[in-house]
Design a protein around this ligand. Sequence first.
Ligand SMILES: [Zn+2]
Length: 95
Amino acid sequence: MFLTILEFAGVTLGVKFALGLALIYFLFPADGRCSACDGETVPLRAGRGLRTVGRVLRVERRWCLHCGETMMTRRAGSPPVQPGPVEQPQERNAA
Ligand SMILES: [Zn+2]
């Protein structure tokens, strides 16, 4: 009787957990476009541990070239780039 209750609770919670993860996964954008400005994004290179977790879960961090936002997306397939220093806009002299 006790094992039946444990199995029922485990299956019930497991199904809820799996459905929650699937819902979160499908909420991530898959087209590689920025969700804020619809600009082009490039994948960021993660550390060793996060890269493995991201490969297993098929998600990646991407950086928008237009607005500078970083976001999680479903894996799009383009090669990762190393983030570099952001160029500051040059100041214009007021005439
Ligand atoms: Zn953007």
